[in-house]
Design a protein around this ligand. Sequence first.
Ligand code: PEP
Ligand code: MG
Length: 583
Amino acid sequence: MTPATAWVSGAEDAQPVPSQEVLRGLGVGRGCVVAPVVVLAAPARVPTDEPVPADLEVAEAQLRGALGAVAADLRRQADEATLASLRDMLQAAGTIAADPALAAESVRLLRSGLGPATAVDRAVGQFAEVFAAAGGALAERVTDLRSVRHRVVARLLGVPEPGLPTLTGPTVVVAEDLSPADTAGVDLHHTVAIVTELGGRTSHTAIIAGQLGLPCVVQVTGVTAVTPGTRVLVDAAAGTITVAPTEDQTQEAARRQERARRLADDLSAGATADGHPVALLANIGTAEDADRAAETVQEGVGLFRTEVLFLDRATAPTVAQQISAYRTVVRAYAGHKVVVRTLDAGADKPLAFVRTTTEENPALGVRGYRLVRTAAPLLEAQLEALGSVIAMLPAERQTDVWVMAPMIATAAEARAFALSARAAGVQRVGVMVEVPAAALSASEILAEVDFVSLGTNDLAQYTMAADRLRGELSDLLDPWQPAILALVAGTATAGAHLHKPVGVCGESAADPLMALVLVGLGVTSLSMAPAAVPAVRYALAHHTLEQCRAIAEVARGAVDAAGGRSAAAASMDAEVRDVLGLG
Ligand code: PEP
Ligand code: MG
């Protein structure tokens, strides 16, 4: 493969996609854009007849050298990455490349009579199988493993590593899957959308696209067969890719983009058409996120995922280190509200310094708040740091710091957390409702705390018993499922009776149609990726609270998720539906 052909097609055996074909997948975000496609190079194939090396010592040195060079490259890319989440992901891939177990297995296979590229390919295949079978966080690492494989194999075969050509204008980047390392090589100034065949709504690609506000569609079967250079219309709201769109479709997409730009100019506080306030808040994970979000989402932060700050640490951060991290975020939102979530480690969010025993079902194990059972000093240190930050805030620009615990299941847990947080000096204490038991005990839990926030991502996972990392279960994980809506409704009603705030900070809050339903059910604030706020603000501003209640009622009357969504869409204001492309 030469550099010039390296990116020409993603799949050698694929048939060209005929014009005007509409490919479907899962949309991330709401944007739409028309631009030519560039397809990320297909990974190098290992020849079936790779020669067995004559000199095993030399071959072993080459193999170890290739792994080492890839590890060093990934770490260099991590150091240069400007997005914190990308940096963490690159570091994780670098750690995999440097893992002695991967080198040892590859060398064992080499010495058993395989060629060096075949040995690495097989070793990675074995690890990937084990990771995928383990599920959860380990399954998420499979993309990193494969990206390490592609790089090492390319080096051993002396062919170019997979990558993109230099982009010269607006481009839709298409790939089978995008590893963090691939993403690091993407020219983000010219990339206007990302489309992949694999991945899910919580995959690396989706997270990074969401943070950058790029339209993204994942799980689009056949998209790598689109001829490079072909113009496509990427519609993240509809989850579609229209190959070679007509002039009319292109103009309509441009009109939607222009409308989206105009919506983003409105920075007013969230409220329904009749003035019922609904705070629109940002989900953030780092100080950088806070600085970026503060420019457009001015009402505050509804979910600060503190574990994101510590993903790359091998040892627990000290209280002083935590104070410094939290202060930066809290300062970016001086005068506004910041809801800090205590460490949500375990299951899909492993932290190296949080030792968990090997569990068969980590998502059902010691994760989130449950870590007080095994690592109480972690929570104590975090609350101490938060209390100190609050005590240091200047009186004239007080940030309203709230704290909440993830994965609460019982009122007793809520009470214990509230006691510890108040003792540390935090005034406003709440918990997340993301376990069905918590939703069903919302009144008892709210009696113990000042507020709750619905984490609909996990609430969907636990209500439907469907792993949130499995893209193929996305129909079950759909927040429009009647059972999930019922739990949200019950929690909001409990909050209304007790006059306590009930927010939503899961991905469902970012869907403007669902936002109308949530507000109609009695939810008092919505927290989401900053790029999602303008459309949600617009939808709310064009419906009264009574209308939201009526939309919520029709959604709840449906027997399945698709029926709820379409009934709600049919009941909303038709012009707003058109403007937001929710038809
Ligand atoms: C959720 O579960 O909905 C949530 C907001 O928390 P996270 O996605 O971080 O688990
Ligand atoms: Mg959660």
